[in-house]
Ligand binder design. Structure first.
Ligand SMILES: C[S@@+](CC[C@H](N)C(=O)[O-])C[C@H]1O[C@@H](n2cnc3c(N)ncnc32)[C@H](O)[C@@H]1O
Length: 401
C-alpha cells in the first residue's frame, strides 16, 4: 500500500470517526456498514456514501478489496472456548464478522477500537480470544491493546478506550508505541466551547430556573463543607439521627459504610444541615438522585460549585474539575458547564470527539448526542492509524498538537 493513498472499509461505522481519520491520512472509503438508520443518514449526508446495513447479512465476497479494515465493534462476551460455537452472547458473533471479512480479503492493516474494559474483560479471556483469532487468520498485534484517552493529548475529554492495531504477518512487525503519561498536557474545556452568543436556540441548553435553584442548594452544601468536602457520595436520605440500624445492617458492606459516613457527617454539623435541608426540601427537584451528590473536584477547590462541570446522573449530581469532560456516553447525561449555566451543545460534543466544525449533525439533539457518545475520537483513530502505517511525523504532530 502506498502510504498516502489507500482504500479502507468502515465496519460498525456509526457517524464515521474512522472515516474522518482515514481521509485525513489520504484514504478512500470503499465500503461502510452500520445498522442504525439515523447514523446511516448522517454518514451519507457527510461522506456521500450510504452504509450497508446489518453486517451479519453481508457476504464477505460482496465487500470490495481494501488495504485497511477499521471497526469500532460493540463490546461482547466470548466463551472460554473462544470459537464461533462457543459464543454465549448473541452480540458475540459481531467480532467474528470482522474476522471472516479480514480472513477473506487479507488487508494489510486492521484498526479496531473498543471500550476500556475489554482489556480485562472476563479475566482477560475476551482479549485472549480476540488475539488468538487475529493470529489464526494471519495478523500480528501487540501483546496487549493500547489504552488511550483524548485528554492524554490535550483534548478535553477523559475517555479511555482500547485500540487494537494489527499488521498482516508477511509485513514487518508493529513498532512499539511509546508515550510517556507523565507528560500529559493540561487540557482546557475552553478549547471546545462556543460563546453563548454564538449558540442557536441557546435557551434549549440553558439550565431551567428550578435547576439553577437546585444547584444553588448544593452550592450552599458546598459552603458548609468547603474545607472538608467528603469524598464519599452524599445521600441526604440518611441525614438523620433516627436510623433503623437493623435495616442498615442488612445492607451490603459498601452501602452500610456510606450510610454511616453520611450519618456521621450529618451529626458533625447537625444544626447547619437541618437548616439547609429545610430549605432544600422546598425545591421540587430535590428528591431521588438529585438529593444525592458526588464531589469529585478535589481538595481546596477555588470559587464555588459554579466553577465546575456537573452531570445529573442516576447516582447523584456529580461534580468535576473544569479541566476535561467525563466521557460522552450514548445515554443522556449531558455535561453542564457551571460557569456558562448550560449543557454542552451537540456541536461541542462533536468537537470533543475531534469531528470538524463543518460536520453536519443529526437534526435531533438526542440522536446527535447518542452518536457522538458512540463514536471513536477521530484524532485518536488518526494517531493510531498513523502509527500503524509508520507515518511517524504525523504521529509526532498529533501528540504535540
Ligand atoms: C461503538 S459504535 C461505533 C461508532 C463508530 N466508530 C463512530 O465513530 O461513530 C458501534 C456501532 O455498531 C453498530 N452496529 C451494531 N450492530 C451492528 C450490525 N449487526 N451491523 C452493522 N452495524 C452494527 C451500532 O449501531 C453502532 O453505531
Amino acid at each position: 500500500m502506498k502510504p498516502s493513498s489507500f482504500n479502507f472499509i468502515d465496519l460498525f461505522a456509526g457517524v464515521g470517526g474512522f472515516h474522518i481519520a482515514m481521509e485525513n491520512l489520504g484514504g478512500s472509503c470503499v465500503f461502510a456498514s452500520e445498522i442504525d438508520a439515523h447514523a446511516r443518514a448522517v454518514y451519507e449526508n457527510n461522506f456521500g456514501i450510504l452504509p450497508y446495513g446489518d453486517i451479519t447479512l453481508i457476504d464477505e465476497k460482496e465487500v470490495p478489496a481494501h488495504n485497511v479494515l477499521c471497526a469500532g465493534f460493540p463490546c461482547q462476551s466470548f466463551s472460554k472456548a473462544g470459537n464461533r460455537e462457543g459464543i454465549n452472547d448473541p452480540r458475540g458473533t459481531l467480532f467474528f464478522d470482522i474476522i471472516r471479512i479480514a480472513q477473506y480479503h487479507q488487508p494489510e492493516y486492521l484498526l479496531l477500537e473498543n471500550v476500556r474494559n475489554l482489556a480485562g474483560h472476563d479475566n482477560g479471556n475476551t482479549w485472549k480470544v480476540i488475539k488468538h483469532n487475529l493470529d489464526e487468520i494471519g495478523y500480528n498485534c501487540p501483546e496487549f491493546p493500547f489504552i488511550f484517552s483524548p485528554h492524554y493529548i490535550g483534548i478535553p475529554q477523559f475517555r479511555e478506550r482500547v485500540f487494537i492495531l494489527c499488521k498482516r504477518k508477511d509485513l514487518d512487525d508493529i513498532q512499539p508505541f511509546i508515550f510517556d503519561k507523565k507528560n500529559i498536557p493540561e487540557s482546557s474545556i475552553s478549547t471546545i466551547l462556543s460563546e453563548n452568543s454564538e449558540i442557536e436556540n441557546l435557551k434549549k441548553y440553558q439550565l431551567k430556573d428550578e435547576e439553577i435553584k437546585l444547584i444553588e442548594i448544593w452550592n450552599d452544601f458546598f459552603k458548609i463543607c468547603r474545607n472538608d468536602l467528603p469524598g464519599f457520595p452524599i445521600w441526604t436520605d440518611y441525614f438523620t439521627d433516627d436510623i433503623d440500624h437493623e435495616i442498615v445492617n442488612s445492607f451490603p458492606f459498601w452501602k452500610k459504610n456510606f450510610v454511616y459516613k453520611n450519618i456521621h457527617l450529618y451529626l458533625s454539623k447537625k444544626k447547619q444541615f437541618n437548616q439547609w435541608l429545610k430549605k432544600a426540601r422546598k425545591n421540587t427537584l430535590f428528591y431521588g438522585a438529585k438529593a444525592k451528590f458526588e464531589w469529585q473536584a478535589g481538595k481546596n477547590p477555588e470559587g464555588d460549585i459554579w466553577n465546575t462541570i456537573m452531570q445529573f446522573r442516576p447516582s447523584g449530581i456529580r461534580v468535576k474539575k473544569p479541566t476535561y469532560f467525563p466521557a460522552l456516553v450514548a445515554i443522556t447525561q449531558t455535561s453542564i458547564v457551571g460557569e456558562l449555566g448550560r449543557r454542552i451543545t451537540p456541536r461541542e460534543a462533536a468537537r470533543l470527539q475531534s469531528f470538524p466544525d463543518d460536520f453536519k449533525l443529526h437534526i435531533e439533539d438526542r440522536s446527535a448526542y447518542k452518536q457522538f457518545g458512540n463514536a471513536v475520537n477521530a484524532k485518536l483513530a488518526e494517531l493510531f492509524a498513523a502509527h500503524l502505517f509508520e507515518r511517524n511525523d504525523r504521529v509526532k504532530e498529533i501528540i504535540n498538537r
